[in-house]
Design a protein around this ligand. Structure first.
Ligand code: NAD
Length: 475
């Protein structure tokens, strides 16, 4: 539930002062040394591990997450991202030599990674800890100063992050601004060197427009409907278990949750009882009593989701309890692309089953719609797998497994087209939050410009042809 009153928003003039202070810290050079970056990452790691239960309580209060789910899908992932970064950071940051063509010799060429400056991280409510801290890990590893704006829609997580980050990280260079639209609007009026935004595409546009005024580069981690194709002949019991896990974790409020299932009528009919069984196996006969089943973040979203459920289509679930923000794990069948549930990203525990005639139509359907953040294919056919990877475009493809690609730190995580721009995690984060600076070094003698410097004599012209772009005129 949104409880803005529990927040202590930073007022607009303060926002300008905060950004100025953080910029001074960056300009002082304190964030550049490897030792500072390492110290911040270690401090962040201890913060998460030492305060795991405090963080879990906040997530319980905002989203009804169990402590195990909080560790599995938020805090544990942050710790593993930090460990992976600490293990590899020196290597990722090392200047990289690149070959120099003959025309520029004698010389040495290097790519040197430098921090961008002051980064703004704007986070959403659905994984409020993971999606605030994972970009922060990358921004700190790359040597930036950072202003962090957690989501007001998850107020307990926002408060705990503000308190802990303020206490454990370098207060000059890292600052949390809590608050909602006014505070974010005030922040967006300031100049940053990079803005990292996770959330819906409507606000993504606002962020991009605001950034354009300062020509600030932006990463947009957006959402969309992630399709899930279930092939004929696949093991439906295992498939159902995985879809149910991927869909109903965090009560479906996951940007990469399977949004809807595409399959032939024959396969849908065979899959339905397995889905019902997998829901019962995971959450019992009465999911409202399961400690492992989350809650909808607020009553506005609960109403929105309830409005998407056509009782005539319900296979299982459909019931809700507004007083506890509970919405049952729900499966709908006989859904068509014209139904409201297929218009926008569902972002809740409602799984529509949509009939297609086979692989060809499924690919056609995916390509007709916005490019998704994730696409899932359950198949035992290498040909079907290859076709989806080759013939569709999405942020990621999961073959026989939803969600888990985000836990592989060497894979880029991000969208394409309407699902976002830019990708992060691991080395991709360090690339994202730094500038790859080209450094070319030549000795002053011998004089490498003698051939190209006027006057261009006939002899020089012959040398230019032979040395500067050798073979270029060959057809
Ligand atoms: P949200 O409501 O928490 O908004 C995100 C952030 O934008 C918040 O910090 C909020 O304060 C700020 N904001 C809201 N309105 C604003 C405005 N008018 N001006 C400036 N800032 C504003 O979260 P949400 O958007 O509901 O998040 C859900 C969406 O995010 C879904 O579409 C989901 O798919 C997507 N998402 C994507 C990823 C990803 O990694 N790609 C991860 C999680 C969620």
């Amino acid at each position: 539930m949104t409880q803005s009153s529990t927040l202590m928003p930073t007022s607009s003039p303060d926002v300008a002062a905060v950004v100025a202070r953080v910029r001074r810290a960056f300009d002082s050079g304190r964030t550049k040394p490897y030792a500072w970056r390492e110290a911040q990452l270690r401090a962040l790691r201890s913060l998460v591990v030492d305060h795991e239960s405090e963080i879990a309580s906040a997530l319980e209060s905002d989203l009804g997450k169990s402590a195990v789910e909080s560790w599995l899908t938020e805090t544990g992932l942050v710790v593993s991202e930090i460990d992976h970064t600490l293990k590899n950071l020196r290597r990722w940051l090392a200047p990289r030599r690149v070959p120099v063509p003959l025309r520029v010799l004698p010389a040495k060429a290097q790519i040197v990674r430098e921090p961008l400056g002051v980064v703004l991280v704007i986070a959403p409510w659905n994984y409020p800890v993971l999606l605030t801290l994972t970009p922060l890990v990358g921004a700190l590893a790359a040597g930036n100063a950072v202003v962090v704006k957690p989501s007001e829609v998850a107020p307990a997580a926002s408060a705990v992050l503000a308190r802990l980050l303020g206490r454990h990280l370098d207060p000059e260079a890292v600052h949390v601004v809590e608050g909602a639209v006014p505070e974010t609007t005030a922040l967006l009026a300031e100049r940053f060197d990079h803005i990292f935004y996770t959330g819906n595409s409507a606000v993504g546009r606002i962020v991009l427009e605001a950034a354009a005024r300062h020509l600030t580069p932006v990463t947009l981690e957006l959402g969309g409907k992630s399709p899930t194709f279930v092939d004929d002949g696949v093991d439906l019991e295992a498939t159902a278990q995985r879809i149910v896990w991927g869909k109903f974790t965090n009560a479906g409020q996951t940007c990469v949750a399977p949004d809807y299932v595409l399959a032939t009528r024959h396969t849908l009919d065979a899959l339905k009882p397995w889905l019902v069984k997998a829901i019962r196996d995971s959450y019992g006969d009465e999911p409202s009593g399961s400690p492992d089943y989350g809650r909808i973040v607020n009553s506005r979203h609960l109403e929105r989701l309830s409005g998407l459920i056509d009782p005539a289509q319900v296979v299982t679930g459909g019931d809700s309890n507004p007083s506890t923000r509970y919405l049952a794990p729900t499966v709908l069948d006989g859904v068509s692309f014209d139904d409201p549930v297929m218009a926008e990203e569902i972002f809740g525990p409602v799984l529509p089953l949509v009939e297609v005639s086979g692989v060809d139509e499924a690919i056609e359907v995916v390509n007709r719609r916005d490019k998704p953040l994730a696409l899932y294919v359950f198949t035992s056919s290498p040909d079907t797998r290859r076709r989806f990877v080759r013939d569709t475009s999405s942020g990621a493809v999961g073959v026989n497994i939803p969600l888990a690609h985000l836990a592989v730190p060497d894979l880029p995580f991000g969208g394409v087209g309407m699902s976002g721009m830019g990708a992060y995690h691991g080395e991709f984060s360090v690339e994202l939050f730094s500038h790859a600076k080209a450094v070319l070094r030549q000795p002053l003698r011998p004089d490498s410009t003698v051939v190209v410097r006027p006057p261009i004599t006939a002899a020089k012209r012959r040398l230019i042809d032979r040395l500067v772009f050798p073979g270029s005129r060959r057809r």
